[in-house]
Design a protein around this ligand. Structure first.
Ligand code: PLP
Length: 378
């Protein structure tokens, strides 16, 4: 008999989503605008305390618009976390600009402030001051945000926070995504809440969020006919997707508690095993939504052995993101670091982390790992 699949991170509906979607059908708001879009934007503002939100078709679209609004153009350089998903840096290339990758530090696995400053100084010395910094809060863990903000301010380079994986995470009580000039969230199917697909751009700059909405709806000038003075995009969130989002916002707090409980469960299971490392919050200032629970094994061989055993049991586990400076498409780009993220990639594994996992799923996952580490495998 095939084992029941245990997913890494699957959509988890709260029960009220369909009401909002039904309302959209009944009022015929089947379009990339409507009351759910406005309502979802308000929900995000209320939850994160950010003044302005534009709901968009994806997190990638949100990053792209942030770069456009910061006037990133062909030939520019943009600094970016190397340890991330490719969607963080692809929009840099959409603009004809070049990414400059920064390695991680060990405490949070996010951008190392020392390498950030080294890179900025070196790029300036080489004649090109970076136009923006994209900082990722990976797996929900807050980066060293105060250090990074102070470097960004010192060199007057605007910061974009890629909080695609970090909705609901905070630093000193302030929501990630609200520290930088822009923040972005993703509501893809695998994220902590989902709209099936979607994203948001947030900022305290009202004019820029209004401009984002304008660009995201094909940049139509106000005229009775179709008139355009700028290049537009079809990046707005649909009223149907926003309806799912409004239902998901009702359960977001609960989803965060469940994901944090998953992480705590794994930590307790593995706490006597010296060859497994976890990622604790460095201090009480850091609050992670624990989007994914990740562990580090002794080395690459052990990680691969365990990953394959889990796969045999139909348990989905995935290596950590492969750093961008190691990707074939980005291998010639500048990189500042000491290969911390490469080491994390070699040893790390994301374990099943969904808010809809059962106690049984969690127990099975941890016991397959423990049994196989010590060779008691059945
Ligand atoms: C998911 C993700 C994105 C992209 O979001 P989409 O909504 O899928 O376009 C960007 N950055 C990171 C770190 C992500 O995990």
């Amino acid at each position: 008999m095939e084992e029941k699949k245990i997913w890494l991170s699957s959509p988890h509906m709260g029960g009220n989503e369909f009401e909002f979607v039904k309302e959209a059908f009944e009022s015929n708001w089947i379009a990339p605008l409507g009351p759910n879009v406005d309502g979802f934007e308000k929900d995000i503002c209320n939850f994160t305390n950010v003044p302005y939100t534009a709901a968009l078709s994806s997190g990638t679209a949100a990053i792209h618009l942030a770069l456009i609004l910061l006037k990133v153009k062909a030939g520019d350089e943009v600094i970016c976390s190397s340890f991330t998903f490719s969607a963080t840096c692809n929009p840099i290339v959409y603009q004809g600009a070049t990414p400059v990758f920064i390695d991680s530090e060990k405490e949070t696995w996010n951008m190392d402030p020392n390498f950030l400053e080294e890179a900025i100084q070196d790029r300036i010395l080489k004649g090109k001051k970076p136009k923006a910094i994209i900082l990722v809060h990976l797996y929900g863990m807050p980066a060293q945000i105060l250090e990074i903000i102070s470097i960004a301010n010192k060199y007057e380079i605007p910061l974009i926070e890629d909080a695609a994986e970090a909705l609901g995470s905070t630093f000193k009580g302030q929501h990630l995504g609200t520290f930088g000039f822009f923040g972005i969230y993703s509501f893809n199917g695998n994220k902590i809440i989902t709209t099936s697909g979607g994203g948001a751009l947030v900022s305290s700059e009202k004019k820029l969020i209004e401009k984002a909405r304008f660009l995201a709806t094909q940049a139509r000038d106000s005229a009775p006919h179709y008139q355009h003075s700028e290049i537009g995009y079809n990046y707005r969130m649909s009223n149907i997707c926003a309806g799912i989002g409004r239902g998901q916002m009702l359960v977001l707090k609960d989803r965060i508690s469940m994901r944090r409980a998953n992480y705590e469960f794994y930590v307790n299971q593995f706490h006597n095993i010296s060859s497994i490392e976890v990622l604790p919050e460095p201090s009480g200032d850091f609050f992670s939504n624990r989007w994914l629970s990740c562990v580090l094994f002794k080395n690459y061989e052990e990680r691969e052995r365990i990953r394959l055993v889990l796969a045999k049991w139909n348990i989905e586990a995935r290596p950590l993101w492969k750093p961008m400076n190691l990707q074939p498409i980005f291998k010639d780009m500048s990189f500042y670091g000491n290969y911390t993220s490469e080491n994390l990639f070699n040893r790390g594994l994301c374990l099943p982390s969904g808010s809809n996992l059962s106690q049984e799923d969690l127990e099975k996952t941890s016991s397959v790992i423990i049994d196989n580490l010590f060779g008691n495998a059945k």
